[in-house]
Design a protein around this ligand. Structure first.
Ligand code: SF4
Length: 349
């Protein structure tokens, strides 16, 4: 019994043979997730749980763990964790400081990624495998255990396309948002998708409380196909229609991410294409300057970015520049590749 993977209802079913009450089930679930238990034997101390239930859990339960291979801190306070899974493969997660008051954790959902966006280091790794629910939760548990501030949000913007591992990602999100789990508001959990349309449609039908962020990066199909091969499988009109439905059903602005690349997608024609594509759809546009360690794609100049922001006024929508930190340690958007370089290597806290 992998205690990190079970949702609350599954705990109840697993402990039914020993007649565990709802209270006992909730207490054990909270020990594992809210309190971040690391040792099955330590669960014996859980208050208000009968001995027969504790014996059963300790005898059958397991608490597998990711190993921290490395932590690196960047000068802007971003910390990148490199984890090794006992199931094989290395993944990264990033602790992002927010207003000197709290942290958001950017987690990985896959080892590598099949979607092969041309500006993304993870995409260049190819796809290796989906992470399991517990491996996703472990990234947050370990970072939370070492954090000096509370974790207020989780973003699935690390390695992988979360909607291509939706089952495990959504299971993890439910534990993260459960009051007896990690107690993170569902609205503070964001899944970033490159535009896998059938999964977006399904997500909207199922009505999950977490937000989606849609990586568009160009509203000109040929340009987008060059940068994001997913365009050839699910072209822009299909994606935009799905985003329209998402915004309508949820009655909120859809978060659209735009990776800014010097001399590629920063012109007036790019702003006009965005306006035409999203006409009548409430969006918020996040501008993210590309970080490409290979040097193939360069971030825009300050002048280019300012011009583009001016041109984007025709959208009549909020446009924000998203800070993509931790550049020198390979923690910025699009640079996660299970690598280690730069910054300060942290051995302990
Ligand atoms: S940007 Fe996201 S979807 Fe694209 S290759 Fe990288 S991890 Fe995959």
């Amino acid at each position: 019994m992998n205690l990190r993977t079970l949702e609350l209802s599954e705990w109840a079913a697993a402990l039914a043979p020993v007649g565990a009450s709802d209270l006992a089930v909730r207490k054990l679930f909270a020990r594992v997730h809210a309190h971040g238990a690391t040792d099955v034997d330590a669960l014996r101390d859980t208050p208000q749980v009968p001995r027969a239930v504790l014996d059963f859990v300790v005898r059958r339960g397991q608490l597998p763990a990711l190993e921290v291979v490395e932590r690196r801190r960047a000068t802007d306070g971003f910390v990148k964790y490199l984890f090794q899974s006992p199931l094989g493969g290395r993944v990264e997660a990033v602790r992002i400081p927010l207003f000197d008051a709290k942290y958001v954790v950017c987690v990985s959902s896959q080892v590598g990624c099949a979607l092969a966006c041309d500006f993304c280091a993870t995409g260049r790794m190819g796809f290796q495998r989906n992470l399991r629910t517990w491996e996703i939760l472990e990234q947050v548990r370990i970072i939370r255990a070492e954090a000096d501030r509370r974790i207020s949000g989780v973003v699935f913007m690390g390695m992988g396309e979360p909607l291509l591992n939706a089952r495990e990602v959504l299971r993890a999100a439910r534990v993260l948002s459960h009051p007896a789990g990690y107690a993170i508001s569902g609205r503070a959990i964001t899944l970033s998708t490159a535009g896998w349309v059938p999964a977006i449609r399904r997500y909207v039908r199922e009505g999950h409380p977490y937000r989606l962020a849609f990586s568009v990066t160009s509203a000109i199909p040929a340009k987008r196909a060059q940068l994001m091969p997913v365009e050839r499988t699910h072209p822009l009109p299909e994606l935009i229609a799905a985003i329209r439905d998402y915004a309508e059903v949820r009655k909120e602005r859809a978060m659209v991410a735009y990776v800014c690349i010097r001399g590629v997608n920063m012109g007036h024609e790019d702003a006009e294409a965005l306006r035409d594509a999203f006409r009548g759809i409430p969006i918020k546009l996040d501008l993210i300057e590309v970080t490409d360690p290979t040097g193939k794609w360069q971030p825009p100049t300050a002048e280019e970015l300012a011009d583009f922001r001016d041109a984007l006024q025709i959208l009549r929508a909020p446009v924000v520049r998203r800070y993509s930190g931790g550049k020198e340690i390979g923690a910025a958007c699009g640079t996660l590749e299970a690598s280690s370089y730069g910054g300060t290597l942290l051995h302990s806290w």
